[in-house]
Every structure is written in structure tokens, then in C-alpha cells.
Design a binder for this molecule. Structure first.
Ligand SMILES: NC(=O)c1ccc[n+]([C@@H]2O[C@H](COP(=O)([O-])OP(=O)(O)OC[C@H]3O[C@@H](n4cnc5c(N)ncnc54)[C@H](O)[C@@H]3O)[C@@H](O)[C@H]2O)c1
Length: 252
């Protein structure tokens, strides 16, 4: 493995203020990329900034709501160079809420961040990648892309749907030199835990049944390494892969 495998590349990472996104910013910066990390939460970005400084690393950090097209337009203008790698990491959970209990605003928010946000960022970087004739997009999906027991109705739907988008981009843009792949984590120790706790007894019972086979909880860096690999040239023939990073949970 080339320890500077992202040298000279520009990488955009969403969800950079916490968990997997923060670990990805640090990992890609260590591996030589010019990283632009974005998050809706400015305070969370400050923590990432502190970790970068402590590690002697540099990255640009921008407050961006991935659901807001104006924010994305502003981001692309600020970057002003072609994006080589996009890591779609930002996402929110749904408290395992079953469909009959879902309210419209929660449904729309979860779909908006986990699906439409990925579409907006990916759509924004594609023209530059097409012009360059190369690019890599890595989207963080979930165990909930494969099964119904890892989350509630909105999150499960969003993470199944985003796989369709990942495959669409792989199929249409692969011949133009652009790769699109998904990483599907199982449980990871991040900030998302707060919105993962089931709010009803029934949801808790259904969650516990599925989680019984889960195995150990991963560290964010373990997912960041998968993102980094899929995004680098060592994975040059990998396009449209739906890659679990769940310690084997999906085999149960
Ligand atoms: N942690 C897990 O167990 C787990 C499992 C499977 C998949 N995932 C996925 O991993 C990804 C990262 O989640 P995490 O576990 O690191 O969670 P996290 O909560 O630690 O980090 C998510 C980050 O996304 C940011 N964010 C939320 N909405 C945003 C928006 N509209 N615009 C920009 N940023 C926004 C949050 O501020 C936060 O900093 C998500 O897509 C999540 O669905 C996580």
C-alpha cells in the first residue's frame, strides 16, 4: 500500500464533523489528499479542526448542509478545482421508528439527508470528473441497505434507495472513467448512536432480534480505511461494488 496514495488529489468528505466522516478526513489527509470536509454542524467541525491540528495535518473545513443546493453550489465555487474523490458520509438515523408511527417531517428529513443529499453532492462533482475523465465516489450506505432489522422505515428505505443511485452512477459514468461504490458498515462507535435508540417497546423488541447477530462494534477508522481504498487507484477495477464493512454481520 502506498502511504501517500491520495497525494495531489482533492477529496470532498461530507459528515466531516463526527464519526466516520471525521475519521475519513484525517485518513485522507494523512494519505496526502487536499481534503475539503463539510458538515452542517460548525461546532463539530471545530472538533475535527482540533484533531487535525493535533496530528499536524491540514484540511479545509466548510459548513455545508448537504440538503441545501445553494450550500453545495457555494462549496464547489470555493473549491475551484476538479474533485478527484467524493466521500458521501453524512447521514442521520431514525430511532427505529416503524412505518405506522412515522411522521412526514421525520421521513422527509431522513430521506433528504441520506438520499437526496448524496444525489446533490454527486451531481455537483460529476461534470468536473467527466471533464477530467476520472473520479471516484464512495457512498456510505449501511447494513440497513440489505436488511430491515438495522433501522426503522425511513432509514431503511433511504439506505436501500441510495444503493440504486450508487449503481446508476457506476453504470452510466463508469465508461467515462468515474467509479461509484458503496461501503456498508454494521455498528460503528460514532455520534449517530443517539438517534439510533428505539423510542417504542415494539421497535426495541424488533431491533434486539436483529442486533443479536451483530458482533462487535467497529471504530470509525475501520470504515475510513475502506473508503480510502475504494477511492484510490488500487481499486481501479472496482465499480458498482456494494461492499460490506460489518465484521460479517450480513452473513448471519
Ligand atoms: N455508526 C453506525 O453504526 C453506522 C452504521 C451504518 C451506517 N452508518 C452511516 O455512516 C454515515 C456516517 O455516520 P456516523 O455514524 O459517522 O454518524 P455521526 O452522527 O457521528 O456523523 C454524521 C455527521 O453527519 C452530519 N450531518 C447530518 N446531517 C447533515 C447535513 N444535512 N449536511 C451535512 N452534514 C450533516 C452530522 O452533523 C454529523 O457530524 C451515515 O451515512 C450513517 O448512516 C453509520
Amino acid at each position: 500500500m502506498d502511504s501517500q496514495r491520495h497525494a495531489g488529489r482533492t477529496a470532498v468528505v461530507t459528515g466531516a464533523g463526527s464519526g466516520i466522516g471525521r475519521a475519513t478526513v484525517i485518513r485522507l489527509a494523512q494519505e496526502g489528499a487536499h481534503v475539503v470536509g463539510c458538515d452542517i454542524d460548525e461546532a463539530a467541525l471545530s472538533v475535527t479542526r482540533g484533531e487535525l491540528v493535533a496530528a499536524g495535518l491540514q484540511a479545509s473545513l466548510e459548513q455545508v448542509d448537504v440538503t441545501n443546493q445553494a450550500d453545495i453550489d457555494r462549496l464547489l465555487v470555493a473549491i475551484s478545482e476538479p474533485v478527484d474523490l467524493l466521500a458521501n458520509v453524512a447521514g442521520i438515523m431514525d430511532h427505529f421508528v416503524p412505518l405506522s408511527e412515522v411522521d412526514d417531517s421525520s421521513w422527509e428529513r431522513v430521506l433528504s439527508v441520506n438520499l437526496t443529499g448524496v444525489m446533490r453532492l454527486t451531481r455537483a462533482v460529476l461534470p468536473g470528473m467527466q471533464q477530467a475523465g476520472s473520479g471516484a465516489i464512495v457512498t456510505v450506505a449501511s447494513e440497513a441497505s440489505l436488511r430491515a432489522g438495522a433501522a426503522g422505515a425511513a432509514y431503511t428505505t433511504s439506505k436501500h434507495a441510495v444503493i440504486g443511485l450508487v449503481k446508476h452512477v457506476a453504470y452510466f459514468y463508469g465508461p467515462l472513467g468515474i467509479r461509484s461504490n458503496a461501503v456498508l458498515p454494521g455498528a460503528v462507535a460514532t455520534g449517530i448512536g443517539a438517534s439510533s435508540v428505539p423510542t417504542s417497546e415494539w421497535a426495541m423488541e424488533r431491533a434486539m432480534a436483529a442486533l443479536a447477530t451483530m458482533g462487535s462494534v467497529a471504530e470509525p477508522g475501520q470504515i475510513a480505511s475502506a473508503i480510502s481504498w475504494l477511492g484510490c487507484d488500487e481499486a481501479s477495477n472496482i465499480n458498482g461494488a456494494i461492499m460490506t464493512a460489518d465484521g460479517g454481520w450480513s452473513t448471519a
